[in-house]
Structure formats: structure tokens, C-alpha cells
Write a protein that binds this ligand. Sequence first.
Ligand SMILES: [Zn+2]
Length: 152
Amino acid sequence: MSIRTPYLQVADSGVHGLGAFVTQDLPTATLLGTYQGRRFSEDQLCRRRWDDSLTYLFSLSNGDTIDGSRGGNATRHINHSCEPNCEAVEEIDAKGRLALRIYALRPLLAGEELFLDYGLIVDEASMASDYRCLCRAASCRGSMVAPPHASG
Ligand SMILES: [Zn+2]
């Protein structure tokens, strides 16, 4: 396991495939890890076909995308929930690059599975129903896609 995610353990998820679980009780705002993997610029991304590896892709506000399926760590196994217990925050790392860090949104108990709200942005050709959410949260949107913004 990566030394960069000392509190995480990968195991079968209660929701989908593998999941990331915390190995000890942790307070709110604990840094759980940095989302790592190969980086692609917007141009590079357009030239690729992604098939179903979508759930390992994380888009940054500067247009870069991190592909956690290549060189990623345990944070790539964090599943989506509409009621997340951690959040991804963009921060500038020691090398001056934009990094995606995962922080606890509330106190976590040893053995809890971690969930992020992916809030996927998909192009108009894709249907939200293609990204069905199975998180079972009371407030579940039924989709991993971000809720529509009131605009126009
Ligand atoms: Zn849901």
C-alpha cells in the first residue's frame, strides 16, 4: 500500500467493486490522501478513448485530468455517494502544481467506507441515467452526475 495513504485500506465495497476504508478513527478534516495518477491536458484528453475507465478520471479546474487507473493510490477506490463523508479539494502542492487532496468531512470511524460526491460533468450526448447511483442514501439523486445548475 502506498505510504501516502496511511489511513486507507482497499477492500470489497458495500456499493460497487472495490472501496477505500479507513483503518482507524479520524477527526474531521483529516487529510486522507492525494488523488494521483497520470495527468492529461484538455488537448491530450480529447484524443483518447476512455471506455468504462471513467470512474478513475478526476478533472481539475485548470483543465487537467488525473487518470487514477495509472499510478494511482488507494484514493482511486473511493466510491460515489450522494451523502459523502469526504471531499476532494484542489490545492497547490510543494512543486507548484494543482493537486487534488481528499479530506474527511466529518469524524470517521475505523472500518467506515469512504465516499465522495463525484458530481460528474458529462457532455450532452450522455444521459445522466448512464451513470446510475446505487448509494442508497436518503437524498440519493439516482445518478453520479452533478445536479443541474439553474442557468439560462
Ligand atoms: Zn446516490
